[in-house]
Design a protein around this ligand. Structure first.
Ligand SMILES: *Cc1c(COP(=O)(O)O)cnc(C)c1O
Length: 368
């Protein structure tokens, strides 16, 4: 089965092998050496002043960022399930919350954010997805962060990069916390989250908030290449392995270039067979197609072509499907996916098969 969901993504064989060794104790020089190397890679990918790894799925990093960086009112951007989650986290932790809500195909504008901040002087942090995975949407986070900092540099900007880190280069100049998760572009099993932090964020964290997710406690340990609590040793060993795989296959710039080209080729090939791209500003992490036959398409893809793509949640259930583009994906697998989708459309009697999807896909991949 080809796993083409935008998280979890497939775990490469060499990473599975690396993680299958005997369990290592986390308080040993051997593991600390692995931890140190992994941290160095994280500094490179985040481009931030500090980095931290947490034993949790991505939502843990969201909660850690919110409780440590917001002390009053969180402004969250809700254009989908993950954006909505930030608001729920704030309320669950006794913080106040203001939300900007849009349909799941619509990115927030810089103006909406600025207006919301003007209207509420209690807002001390804003949280937004770079890539909102619910609809495959790209928010203009870098522009928003710049505008927020021009207004008030003390407002913390929390960017959920869980489907953006490892997908494209992010300008973190005005971002205070940027989050990543193991099971998306890092091609690892779920259970590890990562965060990059600015100096201003470190200032605000001070002694930290919470217990398990107290970032001050965690950073203090991690600067010494150890963790406050038992480290997710197996996943960190896998993370180092994937970083080394990325390096061997041409480095981060090559990964970003390949991902961008893949995103362009998939989108164009599916549009060439009459399919409709759902978000008005698509993220490079995935292609989201809006289609009345979404459920049938997913079912045939899985049962007859061994391709597993994701559906939609809530009001988009049965109305969209989402195809992953994150990670080190062999071209032949992606080509198989777009060709299978074209075959499914012909099986559904929607369109006679003529190989258009693969022709367009190959033209973009091999001519650029
Ligand atoms: C997957 C994801 C998360 C985190 O979800 P978990 O299930 O806790 O790993 C957060 N934000 C975005 C944009 C995601 O895609």
């Amino acid at each position: 089965m080809l796993l083409f969901t935008p998280g979890p993504t497939p775990v490469p064989q060499n990473v599975r092998n690396a993680m299958s060794d005997e369990t290592m104790h986390h308080r040993t020089p051997e593991f600390e050496a692995i931890f140190e190397k992994t941290r160095e890679h994280l500094f490179k990918i985040f481009n931030t002043d500090e980095v931290v790894m947490l034993s949790s799925s991505g939502t843990g990093a969201m909660e850690a960022a919110v409780i440590n960086l917001c002390h009053n009112t969180l402004l969250n951007v809700n254009s989908g399930k993950f954006g909505e989650r930030f608001g729920k986290i704030a309320l669950a932790n006794g913080l106040k919350n203001v939300e900007i809500k849009n349909e799941w195909d619509t990115a927030v504008s810089v103006n909406e954010v600025i207006e919301a901040i003007k209207n509420n002087s209690d807002i001390d942090a804003i949280a937004v997805q770079i890539s909102e995975s619910a609809g495959g949407l790209r928010h203009p986070v870098e522009e928003i962060a710049k505008a927020v900092k021009e207004m008030n540099p003390n407002i913390m900007v929390i960017a959920d990069g869980i489907t953006a880190i490892g997908v494209e280069k992010i300008d973190v100049t005005n971002i205070d916390a940027i989050l990543a998760g193991s099971q998306k572009a890092f091609m690892l099993p779920p259970g590890l989250s990562m965060m990059g932090l600015s100096l201003k964020a470190l200032d605000k964290i001070g002694k930290g908030k919470g217990y398990y997710f107290n970032l001050a406690t965690e950073i203090k340990s991690q600067r010494k290449n150890t963790t406050a609590w038992t480290a997710a040793t197996t996943l960190i060993i896998g993370l180092l392995e994937i970083f080394e795989s990325i390096e061997k296959s041409g480095g981060l710039e090559k990964l970003y270039k390949d991902t961008a080209l893949r995103a362009e080729a998939v989108q164009a090939s599916l549009e060439a067979i009459g399919l409709y791209v759902y978000p008005t500003t698509p993220a490079k992490s995935m292609t989201t197609i809006a289609d009345i036959d979404a459920s049938a398409i997913r079912k045939i893809l899985k049962n007859e072509f061994s391709v597993n793509v994701a559906g939609g949640q809530d009001h988009l259930e049965g109305k969209i499907f989402r195809i992953n583009q994150m990670g080190l994906i062999p071209i032949y697998e992606m080509a198989w996916v777009v060709n299978s989708i074209e075959l499914v459309l012909s099986k559904l009697g929607r369109r006679a098969y003529d190989g258009s999807a693969n022709r367009v896909f190959n033209q973009i991949i091999f001519e650029k």
